[in-house]
Design a protein around this ligand. Sequence first.
Ligand code: SF4
Ligand code: SF4
Length: 434
Amino acid sequence: MGMGIHGVRLDGHKNTVNCTPVEMPIPEKVRLPLALLGANTSTFLVKKGDEVAVGQPVADQGKGIGVPVYASVSGTVAGIEKLRLTSGAVVDTLVITTDGKQTVWEGVKAPTVTDRQSFLEAVRQSGLVGLGGAGFPTWVKLDAQVEYLIINGSECEPYCTADYAALRDFVSDVAEGIELVKKYIGVEKAVIGLKHPPKDAEAAFKAIPGAQVQHLREYYPIGAEKMLIKETTGRVVPGGKLPKDVGCIVINVNTLAYLARFLRTGMPLVSRTVTVDGSAVNSPALINAPIGVSVGDIFAAAGGFKTEPSKVIAGGPMMGVSLDSLDYPLLWQNGSFLALNEKDAKLPEPGACIRCGRCVEACPMNLMAFQITKAYRAKDLDTLKAIRADLCIECGCCAYVCPAKRDMVTSNKLAKRFMADEAKKQKEKEAKKA
Ligand code: SF4
Ligand code: SF4
């Protein structure tokens, strides 16, 4: 079977689809991590006691593929705190106590963009990272020569509606973002992948020269990068390769809207729209929140909990991560937070594998999910390599369809980490020999 016909159909639970995003009250403090992917080399530009304003750079981009970090509130730097983030990384964060004024930094001004180089530099300076989940710096993604710009408007995880809101409320910004990328990066074809788009969105995209709207099929994970590329262009990204290796860049609609706004105003990425939902939440809502605010403050802005949450998730129910507290700061790539009551959070007891093969049928990457678990338990590196466990995109389709309720995603994640660790050890060994 070819890739693209696997996957599963999920209940949408898009409870917030008709909600207008609301501004949350200014929190008492925010905590801003160093530029995530450049975190080992970036440094803070301000110190304890300094006054900061919205849009002021507070950390440099470091070396390599980082982006600068900007104050999301105005106030005073209270110090530096080491924190574990929803991404799993443990990094220094800058604690800013707010003054409630949200004064904009005087240095915020629209960048001058005249060509590809100045465009890429502006995107880097915008602090923009992929808002669809992975948090990869946008300027790195755009620094490619490709045939297709693919716009991800599918938002295929249940509950999540922040991208839908961008398509409904800011479709002209999204369209402008597409035109900017086409112009400065020199991409001729743009394919906008949509599922149940809001009225008017389609017409706005069809007006862009060289752009084509594609209605996506109703299956999960159609919004996963590799699936979307296959679905829109027919191209298959080989294992270990990137979209640009098959001539594609995939960008999320919210990311494009921010990009267009930054080029117009010079205001970097300091806040984002977040879906807050789940059976333990009082009033599911779309909240506009400053980066670095605590997850607890975001839930409070949605009316708090109607019952004690048994599980809190950053992201969607399929690919999100469970949080052990509400103290995590909002990251640029966090598009949703869910709180589930005891009934919804309860995981069924896993049974023995009955070799039904449903997990294999459901896997969008054509993997043998049950074998990955088995090979990982046996720490059988050769088999893990042979069955390409490294290609697992952690989408959860296998576990979702498993009649024995086996949690293959956790063991697949561990298997991937095991493979990466072993590869690193091997490299070190070879380096010593050389
Ligand atoms: S989690 Fe991995 S193994 Fe399971 S269906 Fe998704 S890609 Fe396949
Ligand atoms: S779906 Fe579950 S029971 Fe069926 S083969 Fe896969 S792991 Fe085994």
